[in-house]
Structure formats: structure tokens, C-alpha cells
Design a binder for this molecule. Structure first.
Ligand code: URA
Length: 237
């Protein structure tokens, strides 16, 4: 990889700024000053220092985001705020994207990465990774709904969902709090499943994807890198 590209990718500025940095002899490769951004370096084996600081190259990033409502799960949009807007520049330079989608008004666990292969694995329908949601539902959910979810419900487009788990947490004054586990990721799936049994989701939060659990310490809108255990779980899928 070209030295200027590596430095730019690692957050040392635009190509122009990196050129300036090199011109000022601030960059050393394997203990030699390098002023030319054209030179090729192997980020795995060459030692690159900028102003004496070791450049630790990494290709992929993996972030757990506690998505707030009001942001769309996309990387760019002309009108709406996207989940990328929540990230600091030091992460944006890696060009992360969300793994799957949460609706604009849905909160909770969203994995952000630039590792396309991992995203593909986690989203593959074949893997049937559980997605666990907490929802508030207008209307009373019943044991008949539990059975309907277990059998699979018919959505508005004629698709019959795979079996899903519905657990009723509380039910009072026409509002039911539920936990729902689905193994698919159809468009608006939870809302549409609830609608299919005649009720309406008024609040939705994703708590878990497979073994990846939303960190309760993570305030809404905040994010952190996955721990080693979390990452090895994701990579093993
Ligand atoms: N199901 C939905 O209806 N919305 C989401 O954001 C996620 C799952």
C-alpha cells in the first residue's frame, strides 16, 4: 500500500495534508526518514512512525452502537440524519456501515463495521441469527398471539414468517410490553408481525443479535468497539 494512502486512511489528514507531513520529514519508515508518499509499505511488517508515534494499521473496525430514534440506518442521505453522523471522524475514515437496518424510530443494538464479509455472514438468512426485541404494543397481546407467532404469521404481502417467540412481559391499560425473538430480517418485520395479529407497535428496541447483547452501560447515541469475546463470536458465525 502507498505510504500516503496508509497515512490518510489512518487519520493523518487528507492526501494533501499527508504530503505536507511527509515534506516536513515527520514520517519514518523502518527508521529512515521518508518524504515521498509514493513509496510502498507493508502495513503488517513495516514500522511507520509519525512524529515518533507508531502507526498501528488496522483494516477493519467493529463498533456496537446504541442507536437513538431519529437516525436512519444508512451511510448517506440528503435529508435525514444517518447513524454515521453519530460517529467521530476517527471512525468515519474507515467507511463503516450498519449491519442490517433498524427503522428510523427504532432504538437499540446496531453493529457498525467496514468488514463486508462479516456483515454478509451475520445477515445471511441461512444462519438464522436470532434478533431479540423489546416492544410496547398498543392493544392486548394474548396467548393466541404467542401461538400465532410460534406457527409463523402471514404478513401483508402474503409472506409467512418463520416461527418467532413472543413473550408477554406486562399487560395493562391496553398496552402490552413484550419480548420478541425473530430469526429473519424482513422489512419492518416486527411491526408487521404485530400488525398481522391486529395490534400496533408503538415503541421498539433491539436488545440482542445472536449472542451480541446491547451493553446496558452504553447510553443512547453512544458506541464502543466490540470486546474480544464479542468479536470472536461475530467472526465465528
Ligand atoms: N422490525 C421492525 O419492524 N423494525 C425494526 O427496526 C426492526 C425490526
Amino acid at each position: 500500500m502507498r505510504l500516503d494512502k496508509l497515512l490518510s486512511h489512518m487519520g493523518y489528514g487528507s492526501r494533501k495534508e499527508v504530503k505536507e507531513l511527509l515534506k516536513k520529514s515527520h514520517v519514518m519508515v523502518n527508521q529512515k526518514k521518508v518524504r515521498n508518499g509514493n513509496v510502498h509499505v507493508d502495513p503488517e511488517t513495516d514500522e511507520v512512525l509519525v512524529q515518533g508515534e507508531l502507526v498501528q494499521y488496522r483494516e477493519f473496525i467493529y463498533l456496537m452502537l446504541h442507536k437513538p430514534p431519529g437516525y436512519i440506518s444508512a451511510t448517506v442521505d440528503e435529508r435525514e440524519k444517518t447513524v454515521i453522523d453519530l460517529l467521530a471522524d476517527e471512525w468515519k475514515i474507515f467507511s463503516p456501515f450498519p449491519v442490517g437496518r433498524l427503522d428510523k424510530d427504532t432504538e437499540g443494538l446496531l453493529l457498525m463495521t467496514n468488514d463486508g464479509k462479516l456483515a454478509h455472514q451475520l445477515l445471511s438468512p441461512k444462519k438464522e441469527i436470532d434478533k431479540t426485541y423489546y416492544a410496547k404494543v398498543k392493544g392486548e397481546m394474548t396467548t393466541a398471539d404467542i401461538d400465532a407467532f410460534q406457527a409463523g404469521v402471514l404478513l401483508d404481502d402474503g409472506y409467512k414468517t418463520k416461527p418467532a417467540t413472543l413473550e408477554i412481559l406486562t399487560s395493562q391499560n391496553g398496552l402490552t410490553e413484550v419480548r420478541i425473538v425473530i430469526t429473519e430480517g424482513k422489512f419492518h418485520q416486527v411491526k408487521r408481525m404485530v400488525r398481522a395479529v391486529g395490534k400496533e407497535v408503538v415503541y421498539l428496541k433491539r436488545l440482542q443479535m445472536g449472542e451480541l447483547v446491547l451493553d446496558p452501560e452504553l447510553p443512547m447515541g453512544a458506541y464502543r468497539e466490540l470486546t474480544e469475546d464479542e468479536l470472536s463470536y461475530c467472526l465465528s458465525r
